[in-house]
Design a protein around this ligand. Sequence first.
Ligand code: COA
Length: 259
Amino acid sequence: MSYEFLTFDVADRIATITVNRPDKLNALNDATIAELGVAIDEAVRRDDVAGVLLTGAGRAFVAGADISELESQSPLDGQQRARAGQAVFRRFETSPKPTIAVINGFALGGGCELAMSCHVRIASEKAKLGQPEVKLGIVPGYGGTQRLPRLVGRGAALKLLLTGDMIDAAEAHRLGLVDQVVAPDALTETARALMTSMIANAPLALAGCIEAVNRGQDTDLVQGCTIESDFFGLLSATSDMREGMRAFLEKRPANFTGR
Ligand code: COA
C-alpha cells in the first residue's frame, strides 16, 4: 500500500505506522484518518506483522483533529466525522495484534484519543497530553469522553475534559493515562523492546487477552469471566498451547506458530 499522510514500515515483525504531517503537527484531517484505517487493516492482514507501533513524525504525536476541517462542519457532518473516526480508532483497539502508542510529543484531542485506542501507551518525557476540545466549543468526538474515564477514573477524566488543560508525561503516568515514560532518545528503542517481548508470546493467546479485556470491559464481572473461561478452554485446542507447555517442561524457548 502507499500512503500520502502516513509512513508504514515493517522490520522484525513489527509494523511502525507514523502519522506524517509534521508541518501541521500531524493533525488528523479526514484523509489521514481514512489512511489510518487502511494501515491498521494492512498490519492485521499481513503475515509478516505481529505487532504495531503508532507514532508521529517531528515534534508531535498528533495535535488533534484538523481544526481547519472542523471549522465549517454542519451538525450532520460533525456526527458523521465523529462516527467515521471512532470506527477507525476502534480497529486499533480490537486489533488481534498488540498496538502500542509511542507518544513522542503533543497528543492532544484526537491524538490523545488515538493513543487511548491503542493497547499500551509509552511516552517521551517531552510529551504533552490533553483533551482541549472545550476550548474550541466542542466535546471530544473520537471516544475521549468514554475511554478517558475508563483509563483514569471519572474525577481525573472530568478534570482534564472540563479544563482542557495539557498535562506533562509524568502527570499522565501518575494518572494511568500512559503506562511508561522514558527519555526522548530512548523512546523508540524502549517501545520496540516492549513490542518484541509481547510478540515472542503465542499470537492466539495475545489475541485472546485483547478480546477478553475489550469485551469484558463492556459487560459485568460475571459475564466477563465467562468470556475469559471460553478463551481459556478454546486455546487448549491450539498447537501453540501444547508447544508452550512442552517447551516449559523441556526447559527450552517455545517456538510458536500462531496455530
Ligand atoms: N488542526 C490544524 N492545524 C493544527 C493543529 C490542529 N489540531 N494543531 C497544530 N496545527 C498547525 C498550526 O495551525 C500550525 O500551522 P501553520 O504553521 O500553517 O500556522 C502548525 O500546526 C504548528 O502549530 P503551532 O500552533 O504554530 O505550534 P505551537 O508550538 O505554537 O503550538 C500546540 C503547539 C499543539 C499547543 C498548538 O498547535 C495547538 O494548540 N494545537 C491545537 C490543539 C487542539 O486544540 N487539538 C484538538 C483539536 S479538536
